[in-house]
Design a protein around this ligand. Structure first.
Ligand SMILES: [Fe+2]
Length: 256
C-alpha cells in the first residue's frame, strides 16, 4: 500500500452542488448483551471501588477510576468477561480501518470505571497515552438524560475561517451539519463505542436522577512480538513491550 487511494472518487453528476464527506472519523459501535446478574455485580463493584470518593475530586466532576488507582479493571474478575468482548471488537475495529492484524500488536493498557452522579460530568479531554479508546455503558436508556458523550472534530476545516464554527452569532448557523462543533452520543446499557484516543471528548452533565455508569478502555498499538527490525511495522510502530528494557539509575533504582 502506497498511501494513495486505489480508485479516484466517484462523484454524483448533476446540475446542483453536491458535497462529499471526505476523511470521516471512525466511530465504532456494537451492542453487547449484558447478563443481568453480571451487570448487577459490576455496578456493585464499581461503587465499592469508588469507596468514599464523590468527585474527581471536585464534586461537579464524575469520579473516574484512572485518577484514583483503579485503572486495571480488566484484571478484576467481575469485569474480565466484559473486557474480553471489548478486546475482540477492538481487533474488528482495527481490521475495519485497514490494519493487517498480523502486522500490529494490540495491548489493553488501562481500563477504569466512571461514575457520574446527578449534576456531574467530565470536561473536554483526550487520552494522549493511548492510541485507541473504547467506552462501554453499563446503564442508560438512550435518551441522553444521564449525560451524552460529546466528541469533538480534530479539525474544523469546513468553517473556512478559523473559529467560526463555535457559533456566538457568527455567520455559520447553528445546526449546520458540515460545521457541527461536536457530535453527541446517548448512553444505552450494553452499548460499546470505539474512537481514536487522540479525539477530544467529554461527558455532559448528568441531568437524570440516577447514577451513570461506564467503563473506559485504552489500547496501545505496537509492532507484533518477534517483528524483525527491518520490517515496516518496526519502522513506524514502537517495538513490542517484550523488547523494552527499564533504564536503571546508578543507585540501582528504576526510572519510573
Ligand atoms: Fe476520556
Amino acid at each position: 500500500m502506497d498511501g494513495t487511494s486505489a480508485q479516484p472518487l466517484t462523484l454524483p453528476l448533476g446540475p446542483g452542488l453536491a458535497i462529499q464527506p471526505l476523511f470521516p472519523l471512525a466511530l465504532g459501535s456494537a451492542q453487547l448483551r449484558l447478563d443481568p446478574l453480571d451487570l448487577a455485580v459490576m455496578l456493585q463493584d464499581a461503587v465499592a471501588l469508588r469507596g468514599k470518593a464523590e468527585g474527581n475530586p471536585d464534586v461537579v466532576c464524575a469520579w473516574t477510576g484512572d485518577l484514583h488507582g483503579v485503572d486495571q479493571l480488566h484484571r478484576h474478575p467481575s469485569f474480565s468477561g466484559l473486557s474480553r468482548q471489548v478486546e475482540l471488537l477492538a481487533l474488528d475495529y482495527l481490521a475495519s480501518l485497514g490494519f493487517a492484524l498480523e502486522r500490529v500488536g494490540l495491548h489493553l493498557q488501562r481500563c477504569w470505571p466512571v461514575i457520574s452522579e446527578p449534576g456531574q460530568g467530565v470536561g473536554r479531554h483526550h487520552h494522549p497515552n493511548a492510541h485507541l479508546s473504547a467506552v462501554v455503558y453499563l446503564n442508560g436508556d438512550g435518551s441522553g438524560a444521564s449525560g451524552c458523550l460529546r466528541l469533538y472534530p480534530p479539525r474544523q476545516v469546513n468553517e473556512l475561517v478559523g473559529g467560526l464554527a463555535v457559533g456566538h452569532g457568527g455567520p455559520i448557523q447553528a445546526g449546520a451539519p458540515w460545521n457541527a462543533p461536536w457530535a453527541e452520543l446517548a448512553p444505552r446499557a450494553g452499548l460499546v463505542v470505539f474512537f481514536p484516543a487522540a479525539t477530544d471528548h467529554g461527558v455532559e452533565e448528568n441531568l437524570g436522577d440516577d447514577r451513570r455508569f461506564s467503563i473506559s478502555f485504552d489500547f496501545v498499538l505496537t509492532a507484533p512480538a518477534g517483528t524483525a527490525d527491518s520490517s515496516p511495522s518496526a519502522e513506524y510502530l514502537a517495538p513490542h513491550p517484550s523488547r523494552w528494557r527499564p533504564v536503571v539509575r546508578e543507585d540501582g533504582g528504576v526510572v519510573v
